[in-house]
Design a binder for this molecule. Sequence first.
Ligand code: SF4
Length: 353
Amino acid sequence: MVKRRKSRQVKVGSLKVGGDAPISVQSMTNTKTHDVDATLSQIKKLESAGCELVRVAVPDKEAVAALPYIKESIKIPLVADVHFNYLLALAALDAGVDKIRINPGNIGDEARVRAIVEKAKERNIPIRIGVNAGSLHKKYRDAEEGLAKSLVNSALEYVAFFEDLNFLDFIISVKTSSVLTTIEAYELLANRVDCPLHVGVTEAGTLISGTVKSAMGIGMLLREGIGDTIRVSLTANPVKEVEVGFKILRVLELRHIGPDIISCPTCGRCEVDLIALTKEVEKKLSGCKIPLKIAVMGCVVNGPGEASEADIGIAAGKKEGLLFAKGEPVKKVPEDDLVEALLELISEFEEID
Ligand code: SF4
C-alpha cells in the first residue's frame, strides 16, 4: 500500500490535483495547435483513452487564437505550454486556458515572469513551474552541485518568487531524460515543498524504451508516495502515453481503471496461438474501463491456477481453451472462438457487478 506524500490541492479547471485527489494522467498533443480540427481530433482520442488533462504547445499567435475554439469543444482541462515569449503566456491566460506551463528560466527577466503570475492570479489560473534539464537557466546549468540539485534549486528560486507575489496556485515538475537523476531531483524537491508535483521522465524515447524509463522513473517515485499527476513522455501517438500512464497506476494499485491482462510468455507446451489471442483480447478491450483481472494462459501448467485467480481467464489446451469466471471453470471453447467467448463473459461480468 503506497502512502502518498501530503500535498496541498490545486484546481485545474474541474480537475483536482494533489491532496487526496486521485493521481491524474495527462498528455500533450503533437499536432500544430493552430490546426484546430487536427488538434481537436487528437484530444477526442485522448479523452476516449481516459486522459484527464491535455497540454498543447503555444509557440505563436496563431496557436493562441486557436485556444478558445479548442477549449469550448473539449471536456478535459486545457493547458497552454509556453516558452520564451511572455506575451504569448499573457495572451494564453486571456484565452481562457485552465492552466499554463512555463519554465520561468526561459521567459526572461523577473518583470516578465511577474506579469504572468499577476495575470494568472487575477484570472485564478494555476501555473506549472516546469523546470527541465534541457532548458535549465545558465546559472544553474553551470553549477557544480550536480544536475538534480541544480534543477531543484532552480525550481525553489521560482517557488520563492511566486510565494513573494502571494501566488500559491502552482504545481512543479523537475524532469530530465535520466531516470536516476529525475528520481533524485523529485526526492529532493518533495522534502522542500508542499505543492502538488507533476512527475515524468522527459524525452524518454520511443514506445518500448519510453515505457520502460517511465515505468521505472514514475513508478519508483509513486511507490515512494511522490507524484500527484503524471505524464508519460513517448515519441509515439500520445494516446499510448495515457494507456501507459494508467497501466503504471494500475500496477502500483493506485488506480483501478481498465482490465489487467495476465498472460504467459508461451513455451513449447503451448498448443494455441496465444500471442495472437492475447493481442486480440488486448485490442478488443482497449477502451474498456472495467477493472477486471483477466488471465490468458497457454497450458495446464500455470493456466488453471492463474485463470481461477483472475476474474475471468482462459487456460489453453490443444486448439481449445477452458474458460473460467470468478474462479470457476465455465466451459471449453475451440481456439477460434475463444476471444468472442471471453468478451461475452466480460459483458456478463459487467452486469453481475
Ligand atoms: S503457462 Fe504453459 S505455455 Fe505458458 S509459459 Fe507456462 S508452461 Fe508454457
